[in-house]
Design a protein around this ligand. Structure first.
Ligand code: ACO
Length: 150
């Protein structure tokens, strides 16, 4: 199992990460919007109250800045005798920190969480551009993403 480069640590998201650049890091993925600290804390608290379902993980650098973030959501099903499935969502590595295997480490960690909590599979949606990255993480192509946007 690959180790993080020296100076980096991986840990669960904290409420104080609002002040460590977590939103700026997420902005490499998509529009984040103008999220106030109280908006952030409210959403963080929602996840904390459901901490067997929402797992948010960050990587912090030696300057105590959040340089990568990702999540796995555990879905409880009826099929396969009340099985659980993991959904990896919202992966972002800060532009200046890409190519250092932080993304790989993050996906390995989120995948291990899903396995540890008993999920029988982990799935995610990504663009064609990111397919080689997820293949390096051990994922294979399966089906198509469908969407209906409001
Ligand atoms: N094409 C080909 N190979 C790639 C690519 C790519 N686009 N991106 C990474 N890889 C390879 C790397 O070369 C490396 O291969 P190696 O082990 O042979 O050297 C391996 O994948 C691991 O790469 P990392 O260094 O861990 O990748 P990084 O830390 O840069 O993270 C990520 C990749 C998350 C895609 C990052 O570039 C990023 O944040 N991009 C912008 C946001 C984004 O697209 N997020 C994912 C959306 S999908 C989702 O959220 C479910």
């Amino acid at each position: 199992e690959a180790r993080l480069p020296p100076g980096y640590t991986i840990r669960p998201l904290q409420a104080s990460d609002y002040h460590r650049g977590v939103l700026q890091t997420l902005a490499v993925l998509t529009t984040v919007g103008d999220i106030s600290e109280s908006d952030f804390i409210k959403r963080f608290q929602y996840w904390q109250d459901r901490n067997d379902t929402y797992y948010n993980v960050v990587i912090v650098n030696d300057k105590d800045r959040v340089v990568a973030i990702g999540s796995v959501v555990i879905e409880r099903k009826l099929i396969h005798h009340c099985a659980s499935a993991g959904h990896i969502e919202d992966i972002a590595v800060a532009s200046s920190e890409q190519g250092k295997k932080l993304g790989l480490h993050l996906i390995n960690t989120l995948t291990a969480i899903a396995e540890q909590v008993g999920a029988y599979k982990v799935i995610l949606d990504c663009s064609d551009k990111n397919v080689p990255f997820y293949e390096k993480c051990g994922y294979t192509h399966s089906g198509n993403e469908m969407v209906l946007k409001f």
